[in-house]
Design a protein around this ligand. Structure first.
Ligand code: ZN
Ligand code: ZN
Ligand code: ZN
Length: 303
């Protein structure tokens, strides 16, 4: 539901990305030189000959110290119970995006964004080899988006099964013929009202019926099945960063969530946290968007 009359500008009651505090970088466990403050790395990109858990890395991957998927027994009550436990179904890693203290994807260089994509793909391959066919790659920026540390990072959640929202999206796709995203992109490129930018065979747009102000979708124009083997994932992250820079110009620094849907016609979804999800969104699944996607796309194009 688009209800533009409800807000002067979507940023009016937004939760801004909190400003950097004085000793933030001095205490940051993700900055170069503090490798001992994280669990030992599982993967890193850097110059040949660099020792593990030492400075010099470009992108570094470590296990999450506080994973959401921990054990098989957390709530088990035995068969037949509503609270029956399920097998261990996950593992979590943190990808530290840069050795420098930077707080957003939009602050990273093109090279760094491509290294992140390379790290995601290497770890997704490792996950698949170890029996976790689905990897949820996600970025939370800002406390309002669930980030506990400001230093730019992403999480890779290794799963043994496809998560429910993705199953739902895929079955909706199947219902509408060969590839609903291909059809949608064809229509969008014809209408040109919700497209923000097009580059390197990828498109950045504000999707029709976006759930929140400035919701953004980045997808390859060609139907491509797997983000984690795609040669375009790095370019897609560059385009996401471009979108975040535009958003910063339009609304200031705001908290955002972003994630990859790697299967089917893969894409990246970005939702800025400009408004609070309330009873209608959480209880009924109706999203009230105070900025029409067509207007959002116009503002981002100009930014
Ligand atoms: Zn840092
Ligand atoms: Zn497609
Ligand atoms: Zn999706």
């Amino acid at each position: 539901m688009v209800a533009p009359a409800r807000a002067r500008r979507p940023g009016a009651d937004r939760e801004a990305l909190e400003p950097e505090v004085d000793d933030e970088a001095a205490r940051c466990p993700f900055c170069e030189g503090r490798e001992g403050a994280t669990p030992p790395e599982t993967f890193a990109l850097g110059p040949a000959g660099r020792a593990a858990d030492a400075p010099g890395w470009w992108v570094r991957v470590v296990p999450n110290k506080f994973p959401a998927f921990l054990s098989t027994e957390s709530s088990g009550r035995g068969r037949g119970s509503l609270f029956e436990s399920r097998p261990a179904n996950g593992r979590q890693e943190v990808v530290i995006h840069t050795p420098r203290h930077r707080r957003s994807l939009s602050d990273l260089s093109m090279r760094e964004l491509n290294w992140i994509a390379e790290a995601w793909q290497a770890r997704a391959a490792a996950a698949r080899e170890q029996g976790f066919p689905y990897v949820q790659a996600l970025v939370n920026e800002g406390r309002a988006a669930g980030a506990s540390l400001a230093h730019s990072h992403s999480q890779l959640v290794w799963l043994t099964e496809t998560p429910p929202l993705v199953v739902q999206e895929q079955s909706a796709q199947a219902e509408h013929g060969p590839c609903v995203l291909c059809r949608m992109l064809a229509e969008e490129r014809e209408q040109r009202i919700r497209i923000v930018a097009e580059r390197d065979g990828l498109v950045l747009l504000c999707p029709f019926a976006g759930r929140q102000p400035y919701e953004v979708l980045v997808a390859p124009l060609e139907c491509e099945d797997d983000a984690f083997t795609s040669t375009q994932l790095g370019a897609a992250l560059v385009l996401v960063a471009d979108g975040l820079r535009r958003l910063r110009v339009a609304e200031g620094a705001v908290a955002v969530n972003a994630w990859v849907h790697p299967l089917g016609h893969w894409h990246i979804e970005v939702i800025p946290r400009l408004s609070t999800l309330a009873g209608l969104e959480l209880g009924a699944g109706y999203y009230v968007n105070t900025l029409a996607p067509e207007s959002a796309a116009g503002l981002l194009r100009e930014a």
